[in-house]
Design a protein around this ligand. Sequence first.
Ligand SMILES: *Cc1c(COP(=O)(O)O)cnc(C)c1O
Length: 597
Amino acid sequence: MPGTTRLPVSVRQGFDNVRRRSSGRLDASALLNIELLKNLIFLLFCLRWTRRAYWKLKGRGLVGTLVELYNEARRIIYGWFLRMPGVRTQVRQQVDEALGKLQTKLVPASANRYLTLPKEGWTEEAVRKELEELANMDHVRWEDGYVSGAVYHGESDLIALQTEAYGKFTVANPIHPDVFPGVRKMEAEVVAMVLNLFNAPPGAAGVTTAGGTESILMACLSARQKGLVERGITEPEMILPETAHTAFRKAGDYFKIKIHLVSCPGPSYQVDIRRVSRLINRNTILLVGSAPNFPHGIIDDISALSKLAVKHRIPLHVDCCLGSFMAPLLEKAGFPTAPFDFRLKGVTSISCDTHKYGFAPKGNSTVLYRTADLRAYQYFVDPSWSGGVYASPGLAGSRPGALIAACWASLVRVGEQGYVDACKTIVGAAKQFVAFVRASPACDAELEVMGNPLVSVVALRARPRSGISVYDVADAMSARGWHLNALQNPPAVHVAFTMPVARAWERLAADLEACVEAEREKGARAQGRGRRRRRHRRRRQDQQEDGRHGGAVRRGGEPAQQERRGRHGEGVLGFVVQGLMMGLAFFFFFFFFINTG
Ligand SMILES: *Cc1c(COP(=O)(O)O)cnc(C)c1O
């Protein structure tokens, strides 16, 4: 054994000294101990990886694990491929081209650009004139309801009041609560009002933030710190519905929390609870549900998630950023709802955007916690800084007190009845739109409303047998001035109803029907051409079946779909990439386990 170890010389000499000083019998036992130690460490190492492999197999199943490994390997190899010398320049070219197009679309060429400070300040008059021009630049008409989401209220009276509130507190900064006591009071009241809306129990707490993303980041940070402090979790993981907002993935990235995505299959498009359950392990610091999610406007089964959270004693965050003041008031507005707030025992934190359906100006959101202890986990305190003892509740240091004032003013101006009425208008319009899509023969034949949207967002996807592409419909809607949100995985579009959209819903529905009809006709014409070309090699019976099942329209959509697929990899290049990926996937199998378990 001596001589075969690869210990550093210094350490070996240390052992030699011990050996020299001790008798022969002791010598053997000392060596034995080192071997034992080595074996123990190796055993622990193996145990650790066995445990990880077990969690992975339990969480995803054998096939799921293999698919995940393959996808990961593909992603990495594709990244390498794109960075290869010849390919890189091509990619660069295409990116530059796309950027150029974006630029011409977003930056009008004629506008004056001021790239250095003016030597002398402008007159107030000149500033006003320029501001007026900037405000009136050619834009998509949100005022007439053409934009999904984006502006949630937009009526001039409320905007004027918000501006006034802002003006009174322009210099205020809540980091100095003694200097701006009014802002501190308003902030506390905003939090209290939102807590009340979500039926928070006594002892609950919250903070205001700069937006939904910050609220979510903070909730994740709090859960991570809780896991670290209370359970010693150093390799935190959280489990997200695939449809949960990207802010959670951002939190994973920023705070080094491993993310498990769980599918949200139709027809409900809610997160698959059984899969969530299988992915829970000792490192899980947070479960997440949306009420509702951004892509499809669907409220996950929060009751079931809550049960899991209670059973495994894991925090559960409910993202109600989008639901904000609509979701909690569904019942009062007379609409069906589903439980999602603090009345469910497992819910430990909720994010709610006052700058969405709270109608406050942008830069306002809240994150609520079941206990003040949970809130404290997001705090940052540094007693040793030479600038003095420093403490701040969230990401920001200095914050705009003016925005808090404008938020507070919006909340108390609109009031509960105002929000209930808004809910009736907005959710009511969404429901009428859904009813229209289902009743319209053209829309119903081609499009499916995804799941059962209870709040303000309605997502549409092409039916499995439809021949039209939902993206083509969205493009046709764009040509008519509508700005809908395109979604992916699966391809779909959604409309987020707001006050302006709600007023325009009938126009929206009529235009949608017209666009779908136009796409159908296009499909049918393309099919007609295809049929003439192919007639000689097709059997008559085949044709008859197509006619009966609307196959004509179905095939008409094929070229568009192939065009989309073609973008990912074409001809020889695509073949080489695929080959490379397949070949190296196996190689990566091993490394994936080592690196990410
Ligand atoms: C808007 C939204 C958020 C937060 O987005 P911000 O743009 O940061 O305010 C989070 N979750 C959902 C579901 C949202 O719709």
